[in-house]
Design a protein around this ligand. Sequence first.
Ligand SMILES: O=S(=O)(O)CCN1CCN(CCS(=O)(=O)O)CC1
Length: 505
Amino acid sequence: CGVLGIALADQNQAAAPELFDGSLFLQHRGQDAAGISTCGKGGRLYQCKGNGMARDVFTRQRMAGLQGSMGIAHLRYPTAGSSANSEAQPFYVNSPYGIVMSHNGNLVNTHSLRRYMDETVHRHINTDSDSELLLNVFASELEKHNKYRVNQEDIFLALEGVYRLCRGGYACVALLAGYGLFGFRDPNGIRPLLFGERFNKETNTKDYMLASESVVLKAHGFTTFRDVLPGEAVIIPKECTEPIFKQVVQPNSYRPDIFEYVYFARPDSILDGISVYHTRLQMGIKLAHRVEKIVGREQIDVVMSVPDTARTAALQCAIELNKPYREGFVKNRYVGRTFIMPNQKERVSSVRKKLNAMESEFKDKNVLIVDDSIVRGTTSREIIHMAQDAGAKKVFFASAAPPIRYNHIYGIDLADTKALVAYDKTDEEICKELHCDAVIYQSLEDLVECCSSDTINKFEVGVFTGNYVTGVEEGYLKELEELRARNKANADHKAEVDIGIHNFG
Ligand SMILES: O=S(=O)(O)CCN1CCN(CCS(=O)(=O)O)CC1
């Protein structure tokens, strides 16, 4: 998911247009649903959210209704495959004070949190969304102070409660009606969150932005920006006076989810000081060394990428191997990402709708195909078949990421362990499963080295190792699989009308 928050110094200026533009820069982080909430005069909140792409949900007339100089946006990527309208974000609670929140990440102790909400706090959580849970934990912590009006100390204290109660990855932006915008990041820095300011010369004032990726800040002229640190929070009063940062809890570690660099984030983003693009160049170089060791350079005639995210690594891999790089696969840019297709059968057929192999580049050639990662293996196998149908003599398939053998549990919905092609299999068995002549994986130490900087050299790598930086609550993984199965069943025979408590725009 992608989160975004904006506070404009000129309170007569609407934040909605910039929230809309900014959400387009984060569309790649989730195409399942989109939402914007703004806060206008008298603390009135406005909201527009629903399933679909930002450009389809945020129609002109709906945008006109989103009043106010501060607001938040959210792009949703289903964590456990649910596409219910009612799980679109931001979420809203009226008590205390009126709060809306956008959350990127996932909580791994949802079972005990739900019980706590029900039995101790008596707050009704109406969806399967852990984001609704997170918001209500914050709200219940805030109302403990029972103040007529909140101040920043109350908000930071409430966040201490959130950090104490919630385990998992989370980067959040939220609005407190009539008060201001705030953001906070989990104590391990698993999901990204950046803060930026834009100076207005003529009025000598500053606007502020919180966003999941640096590309949004830069595109909107928020030049001075920095990462929100693990365990850190920032409050921006609605008048856009000086923002208040606080290290609410000591960081537990600084371990960004390495999957942001593998394919999730945009290449032109810089997250936690690390250029996504440069990590992918490094991945290509190190992958070339692995290919040389496992296949041998002389066996390869040409190197190709699976469009799009793997292109950077594939080109660098070709250069390192001193072999020609060819765009043998041509992508139809008008077919959405096959990878987030709701079910298996659609994913396979749509690969052939989305990609076409040019015979001239494959015929009688030994082809090395590079992709960013291998997850289920379904699209990879289709791609290998397309290369073989196009006349390739041999097909070697290289993954810029190591074998994925475990659930992703912090907000990128990869697949259940048993659906992962590498689960419980050796490289040779995977190669047989993919019907190619060799499969070459990046090593984990190489991947970590590609992403390391002088301040960060450890990452959340649970999908490769099964060890998650926050650990998981007993039964969580089972609950996640049941939730996915339930959502898949719903998706397959979608209920006539997906009715929940949400407004149809
Ligand atoms: O470009 S995107 O960022 O949308 C998806 C990039 N990347 C493509 C390759 N798949 C694995 C296919 S498979 O191994 O599961 O078949 C993971 C996601």
